[in-house]
Design a protein around this ligand. Structure first.
Ligand SMILES: Nc1ncnc2c1ncn2[C@@H]1O[C@H](COP(=O)(O)OP(=O)(O)O)[C@@H](O)[C@H]1O
Ligand SMILES: [Mg+2]
Length: 246
């Protein structure tokens, strides 16, 4: 049976994600302070903000890894805030965590198979990351930082996410690896099957990649709009992130 392409294609008139009045944190500690926004299907949203403002907490809250105090989270029209993380993953949510959680004692191939869901083919992961194919018998702990990040991304993709969240995927990596990863994100964003939320400290890359931008400051949204608006008015970045874009 050939897959129904119309069912797989993104429809920008539809909402991939909708948060309403989300308050969340760790135990009694509140980090996210009344967050509401939505993301259209196929959108590329960049989330930026200074260290410690709650970017990772936002992604982790979407994945169900923090304590949600109140508010609702809808993904592809379904409320997910009461679902455990693995059910959210089954519904199409994928997170590449800032911590690059791979299994150091497993081989590359075993790591990939541990993320497999819905018959996703390892060959697709290897096509995106030929380096992982070369290293498929190597242990996770033998990989360079860049290769570990490739593995972390590829393993998340093995779950077949429709909404892919990437938490500072370029952090600490050499420029050549960053370029290669940005090419992969570009491919994923333009294949019509993915909506992407990218948390990124490199403001220039975020500006280049995204079509919408969300800026956080101490757990609250201080800007949400088209990236073109930020490009035309870089003082938005300066004001909220303390970054000058050259
Ligand atoms: N596991 C945790 N337990 C308690 N507090 C945490 C935990 N993780 C992060 N925090 C706190 O939440 C706030 C936001 O952190 P984080 O979401 O990691 O920020 P960012 O990703 O923007 O750098 C910080 O004050 C941080 O200390
Ligand atoms: Mg973070």
């Amino acid at each position: 049976m050939t897959p129904d392409k119309t069912k797989m294609a993104n429809d920008p008139s539809k909402t991939a994600l909708n948060l309403q009045n989300v308050i969340a944190g760790y135990g009694d500690t509140q980090v996210l302070n009344d967050i509401s926004f939505s993301v259209a299907e196929g959108e590329r949203l960049a989330v930026i903000g200074r260290n410690g403002v709650g970017k990772s907490t936002l992604l982790n809250t979407l994945m169900g890894l923090t304590d949600l105090h109140s508010g609702s989270i809808e993904m592809f029209g379904e409320e997910i805030q009461n679902l455990p993380s693995h059910k959210r993953a089954i519904n199409g949510l994928g997170l590449v965590p800032q911590t690059r959680d791979i299994f150091p004692s497993l081989s590359v191939e075993e790591n990939l198979m541990s993320g497999e869901r819905q018959g996703h083919k390892i060959e697709e992961a290897y096509a995106l990351f030929p380096r992982l194919k070369e290293r498929r018998k190597n242990g996770g702990s033998q990989l360079s930082g860049g290769e570990q990040q490739m593995l972390s991304i590829a393993r998340t993709l093995m779950g077949g996410p429709k909404l892919l969240m990437l938490d500072e995927p370029l952090e600490g990596l050499a420029p050549v690896i960053c370029d290669m990863l940005m090419d992969v994100f570009e491919q994923l964003a333009s294949d019509g099957k993915h909506t992407i939320v990218l948390v990124e400290q490199h403001a220039e890359l975020a500006l280049e990649f995204s079509d919408r931008m969300l800026i956080l400051d101490t757990g609250a949204i201080v800007f949400h709009g088209d990236t073109s608006e930020v490009r035309q008015n870089p003082s938005i970045l300066e004001r909220h992130v303390g970054l000058g874009v050259t």
